[in-house]
Design a protein around this ligand. Structure first.
Ligand code: ADP
Ligand code: MG
Length: 259
């Protein structure tokens, strides 16, 4: 099962990506979570300390690695075919929740055709992870929409769009959905996050109906999540938090749907 999680910045993509990945791992799936956001923070939500997270060098910034893969000895000319399975082996980290994680670093709109060497490595690595690997993959995507539907990310089995009831988040959700449809993505689901009351829920339901989107679940607003995040501790350590419990349930539903 290959899943990408998208949506406006700040809607809860990282919390949901990490929660789903943890849920898959706990249900016995070998799982790799990919941080493809340009300001990566998946590591802490997957249970690493802030200090450990700071030490991670994103793949795109690992000059030595990028050079070793792409350097031809001629400036401006780089190799186009190289192995990346060893990158998964050597640069993924096992996090405390049993999920392996890879931090990609900045991906200049995935698949945009930019020809710089770090992008070539990341593109190939993403392709390998999404198309060739057996593990469950959860891709925590960059905010925005430009990259949706282009490049290998469109080969995932499931695209999850996260939105809260804010108009802006819903507008972006609609744009993502339109681009994903054009790209031929089949399973596109909405998760309503940070839902505080019935009115907010209704707004998300109305949006989903209008746009013909299946809602995978509603994650309630949870003060506990904010507090743990503020302390630099992953909220996912606290199974009693209602938001955490709900995301865990959604991971089970996704497994059922994709079996
Ligand atoms: N269900 C929720 N209830 C309360 N706060 C939430 C919830 N989901 C996310 N948040 C908070 O919203 C902020 C953004 O979440 P994050 O997962 O980092 O979003 P994104 O990855 O989309 O930018 C974080 O401070 C997080 O604690
Ligand atoms: Mg994020």
């Amino acid at each position: 099962m290959k899943i990408a999680v998208s949506g406006k910045g700040g809607v809860g993509k990282t919390l949901i990506s990490a929660g789903l990945a943890k849920g898959f791992a706990e249900r016995g799936l070998k799982t790799i979570a990919i941080d493809a956001d340009s300001s990566p923070n998946l590591a802490v939500t997957l249970g690493l300390s802030a200090e450990e997270a700071r030490k991670i060098t994103p793949i795109s910034e690992n000059k030595e690695l990028v050079d070793s893969k792409t350097n031809t000895g001629y400036s401006g000319v780089y190799r186009l075919t190289f192995s990346v399975d060893d990158i998964v082996r050597d640069y993924s980290m096992l996090t405390p929740f049993g999920v392996n994680m890879i931090v990609m670093g900045t991906v200049h709109s995935m698949g945009s055709g930019c020809m710089c060497a770090p992008n070539a490595v990341i593109r190939e690595l993403l392709r390998h992870l999404i198309v060739e690997r057996d593990e469950a993959i959860v891709l925590d995507m960059e905010a925005g929409v430009e990259h949706i539907g282009r490049g290998t990310a469109s080969h995932v089995d499931v695209l999850i769009i996260v939105a809260d009831s804010n108009l802006k988040a819903l507008e972006i959700a609609k744009r993502i959905k339109d681009l994903a449809k054009i790209a031929g993505m089949k399973q596109i689901y909405l998760i309503g996050n940070r839902v505080m009351n019935e009115n907010q829920k209704k707004a998300i339901v109305a949006f989903a109906k209008k746009n013909n989107l299946e809602i995978l679940g509603f994650v309630p607003f949870d003060q506990g999540v904010i507090e743990k995040d503020m302390q630099g501790i992953s909220p996912l350590n606290f199974k009693e938090l209602i938001a955490v419990k709900t995301i865990d349930n959604i991971s089970e539903r996704l497994i059922e749907k994709n079996n």
